[in-house]
Design a protein around this ligand. Structure first.
Ligand SMILES: [Zn+2]
Length: 127
């Protein structure tokens, strides 16, 4: 079993990571008011510093703008996933099920939790 001081250490690390993830998500997305834990990306505005070629002007759509949206979408997806894992881990700390492998129910090593406090599995069942 993890000691209380270890649990507190991981809780702090997770809360810190959650705050960072939320901050990062907020720069590219807004929380979906209808779906808890879901974020909608902000669509890029027609920025002044966007390089616009003649062809793009003629086609009426900026390739850069679409690229930017796609980049933000995949970034926000990965941040969202990570945020979900971090929140799950915080719930498990509250439930007293933190640090237990999802597959074999064995304890996850403290070294692994230090490397990734949101880990849901032990080394054997990683990935
Ligand atoms: Zn396992």
């Amino acid at each position: 079993m993890l000691e209380q001081k270890n649990l507190e250490e991981f809780k702090l690390a997770l809360e810190k990571e959650r705050d960072l993830l939320v901050k990062e998500l907020e720069t590219i997305a807004t929380p979906d008011p209808n779906v808890k834990g879901d974020w909608d990306i902000k669509h890029s505005e027609w920025g002044e510093n966007q390089i616009t070629s003649q062809e793009e002007l003629e086609s009426g759509e900026s390739v850069n703008e679409i690229d930017e949206d796609m980049k933000n979408k995949s970034l926000s997806d990965s941040l969202e996933l990570r945020l979900r894992d971090v929140n799950d881990a915080l719930v498990r700390i509250e439930n007293g099920t933190y640090g237990i492998c999802d597959f074999c129910k064995k304890e996850i090593s403290i070294e692994r939790l230090r490397a990734n406090p949101a880990a849901k599995t032990d080394m054997e069942h990683a990935g």
